[in-house]
Design a protein around this ligand. Sequence first.
Ligand code: FES
Length: 101
Amino acid sequence: MRLEEHPILKFERGPQIEFYFEGKAMKAYLGETIAAALHANDVKILSHSAKTHSPRGLYCAIGNCSSCLMTVNGIPNVRVCVELIEAGDDVRIQKGKGDLL
Ligand code: FES
C-alpha cells in the first residue's frame, strides 16, 4: 500500500522501476526507500534477530535501530529504511549478522 494523497505533504514520485526481493520481481518508484518499496509490495519481515531468530520489521524508520538490516546487491547490513531503491536492486533477507566484508 502506498499513500496517494496527504492533506499537508506532496508526493513527488519518480518513474516506476523493477527490483528483486529474494529473486522475485517487484515494482517500485525511484525516490522511495527500499523499505517503503518492500512494504508497498506487502513484504513486512525485513530480517530476523541474530539471537532468537524472531522476525523483525521497520522500527525507527530513520536509520538508528538496525531492525531493518538486509543484504542489497551482495552487501550485508544495509539499513533499508534510509537507502533509496535503484532499478535492478537485488534485496535479500539477511541471515544473522551478515558476512563481514
Ligand atoms: S528501521 Fe531502524 S534502522 Fe531501519
